[in-house]
Design a protein around this ligand. Structure first.
Ligand SMILES: *[C@@H]1O[C@H](CO)[C@@H](O)[C@H](O)[C@H]1NC(C)=O
Ligand SMILES: *[C@@H]1O[C@H](CO)[C@@H](O)[C@H](O)[C@H]1NC(C)=O
Ligand SMILES: *[C@@H]1O[C@H](CO)[C@@H](O)[C@H](O)[C@H]1NC(C)=O
Ligand SMILES: *[C@@H]1O[C@H](CO)[C@@H](O)[C@H](O)[C@H]1NC(C)=O
Length: 382
């Protein structure tokens, strides 16, 4: 059953219902590479469900290695790309790369073992949803979660200075709102989760709204730091207590509005060195690629966006290109363990048109599934 599996994987990653057209040569190389890798590996027994290109990850023979950050790091070191051949289960509540299998972990014990008390989620409206579903994930495993604080933007596109001053009057007097947000549905918030068991462990989640990599949403005057929002966040706001686990959902839906060259020029000299400078060695920092968009799912009032070209590329093609650029910028820092990444989410979400609400955002199910797989991978030791 080896050959049909590969054929199916290649068909899945090339066509489906989305509007991506990758050159056939790339596809050919990817497919033959997949075939070579596949044949070189221990045998998998894959049982197909009715839907094409779909299988249950738990059906993978346990001989394949367990998916872990270390496995992904090694893969990137050797192949200079994300392990992008993945499979979904029949109802799209679980996925797994083909080359490894995701093993269920005890997330509460993992948080304790890794001493995770603060988790920060960065990004725009997608990250706002990821943050909420992270809280839902913790609720499922026995935490009680409550929203403690939220940005009150007035007007909605302008940053809430009081939220970020956090009661420091001196700091507040030096803060100035800069450029507006495009995103109105992405006010920052904090959620506190407390374990219901006897230990009452607390995990604080904060979503920190971030639309790009070098912005002026908020600047501090008379500061020795460069006048950008990102410097404010990392050098001042988080300085006293840097989060233990940081997941930065690089907001490609926004970044694609500018030429790709701008991201390629700015990210390696602004946000990336800043994060490397401020991150304590004990904190983990993930940069996560962007998800696919779906032209056929755009709402009637969003007709300006339907099939719109962003510097010559459809939204998903631009995001895929940005994701490739992101990895090539991060590669050496992933290899030396300074920062981490995960999987190419444009590839993973390419088959989720039916879960897409408006062309770019998904039903909660996607964001929840992301955390299930991400945390199981993150928590695997050894
Ligand atoms: C999806 O399928 C799995 C088994 O493959 C099942 O445990 C789960 O409840 C299903 N979820 C939904 C939302 O139907
Ligand atoms: C308030 O902010 C100022 C300016 O960033 C800083 O020097 C000071 O330490 C802060 N005070 C407190 C109590 O955090
Ligand atoms: C900023 O610094 C200048 C020069 O050091 C000083 O005159 C000014 O009062 C400072 N402004 C604030 C708001 O502290
Ligand atoms: C980053 O933003 C700041 C503030 O707008 C600007 O001065 C600086 O030139 C930007 N850096 C790059 C590399 O574009």
């Amino acid at each position: 059953m080896k050959t049909p599996l590969i054929v199916s994987a290649c068909v899945t990653s090339s066509g489906h219902t989305r509007s991506v057209r990758r050159p056939l040569t790339t596809l050919g190389i990817a497919c033959s590479l997949g075939l070579v890798l596949f044949l070189a590996l221990p045998t998998y027994d894959v049982t197909f469900s009715d839907a094409p290109g779909v299988m249950n990850p738990s059906m993978l023979a346990p001989k394949s290695p367990v998916c872990s950050n270390e496995f992904f790091r090694k893969f990137i070191t050797e192949h200079h790309r994300y392990p992008d051949a993945i499979k979904w289960n029949a109802n799209y509540t679980d996925f797994s790369p083909l080359l490894c299998h995701v093993q269920s972990q005890n997330i509460e014990q993992c948080m304790k073992r890794k001493n995770i008390q603060r988790i920060a989620v960065y990004g725009a409206s997608q990250a706002r949803r990821y943050g909420l579903q992270l809280a839902e994930t913790l609720k499922k495993i026995g935490f009680v979660c409550n929203k403690k604080k939220e940005e009150k933007r007035k007007p909605i596109h302008r940053i809430d200075l009081d939220y970020f001053a956090a009661g420091n009057k001196t700091l507040r007097s030096l803060m100035v709102a800069g450029s507006d947000y495009i995103c109105s549905g992405c006010s920052s918030y904090q959620i506190t989760c407390t374990a219901k068991d006897i230990n009452r462990d607390v995990v604080n989640i904060e979503f920190i709204s971030t639309e790009n990599v070098n912005t002026t949403k908020l600047v501090v005057i008379n500061s020795t730091f460069p006048p950008t929002y990102e410097h404010f966040i990392f050098d001042i706001y988080l300085q006293k207590s840097f989060p233990d686990l940081n997941i930065f959902f690089v907001p490609m839906n926004h970044i694609k509005r500018q030429p790709i060259e701008r991201f390629v020029r700015e990210f390696p000299v602004t946000l990336l060195p800043l994060v490397k400078k401020v991150k304590p060695p004990t904190s983990d920092f993930f940069f996560i690629p962007g998800t696919s968009e779906f032209e056929e799912r755009r709402k009637a009032h969003a007709t300006d966006y339907k099939n719109r070209l962003w510097y010559g590329l459809l939204a998903t093609d631009a995001i895929r290109k940005l994701n490739v650029e992101l990895l090539s910028i991060l590669e050496s820092d992933i290899i030396n363990g300074k920062v981490s990444s995960f999987l190419d989410l444009a590839e993973i979400t390419a088959s989720l048109s039916h879960l897409c609400q408006d062309g770019s955002h998904f039903d909660d199910q996607w964001y929840f599934t992301f955390w299930k797989v991400f945390l199981n991978v993150y928590c695997h030791e050894g």
